[in-house]
Unconditional design. Structure first.
Length: 235
């Protein structure tokens, strides 16, 4: 028994060391992405950025989805833009006189808390961290040793991530990160045969919640929600 214990201990230490190395490598890849993103000065690139910024700031002021003309004028005065004073790009006036953004209204709900705290720059990176977490555990379960690390490195070094993760008010990196998180969680729930049913159930539910959040970022049509409910009940 002593001999067996002596043989098992180095193997166990090697197993723990290998898993730590995988985790540290994945964390390092995400840290490099954060450094690259935060080293770039924040700026608004196209009209979409201005439209989303107006929606997010309005939400922090307690105005959801639509604004009265007076509220829209005050908001436009607060936010400088290329359209000139009193103009919010890609906002239109409804027949009842209220103003609404042309862009998808779901993302501001996820970004507004960060804007309220004054850390809007961290919003895409927060959801990116969730994406990396899901990818790491899902890909490691699926691909084996260093599979999770490889998935995180590829995700963080992709051209799309480097192009959109530094744009504070755009939802592109956020919804991609939520899809990555959901994919990894669902992969783990399906493949982790030795885990308890409770853990797999919660991981699967978290995966579906992340997937629904990714849809919510882009679409808030009630028809989409209805179809999702029917699909879940049927499944």
């Amino acid at each position: 028994m002593a001999q067996a214990s002596g043989q098992a201990s180095p193997a166990a230490r090697a197993w723990v060391s290998r898993h730590r190395a995988e985790g540290f490598a994945a964390v390092a890849a995400f840290a490099v992405l954060c450094l690259v993103v935060l080293s770039v000065a924040s700026r608004l690139v196209e009209p979409d950025d201005y439209a989303y910024r107006a929606s997010i700031v309005a939400m922090t002021q307690g105005h959801f989805l639509t604004l009265s003309t007076a509220q829209a004028d005050r908001l436009a005065g607060q936010l400088a833009g290329p359209g000139g004073p009193g103009v919010i790009l890609q906002w239109v006036q409804l027949p009842d006189g209220r103003w609404i953004s042309e862009k998808d209204p779901g993302y501001p709900f996820l970004a507004a808390p960060f804007q309220a705290l004054g850390i809007i720059r961290l919003a895409p990176l927060f959801y990116g961290a969730l994406g990396c977490l899901g990818l790491f555990f899902g890909a490691r379960r699926w691909l084996g040793r260093y599979g999770g690390t490889a998935a995180v490195v590829l995700f963080c070094s992709s051209g799309a991530a480097l192009l959109f993760a530094w744009r504070d008010y755009m939802p592109t990196f956020t919804d991609a990160s939520l899809i990555a998180a959901s994919t990894g969680a669902l992969l783990w729930a399906v493949l982790a045969a030795e885990a308890t049913a409770r853990r797999r159930t919660w991981a699967g539910l978290a995966g579906f919640a992340a997937l629904e959040a990714a849809v919510f970022v882009r679409y808030t049509d009630i028809v989409v929600l209805g179809c999702a409910v029917v699909a879940v009940v049927a499944a």
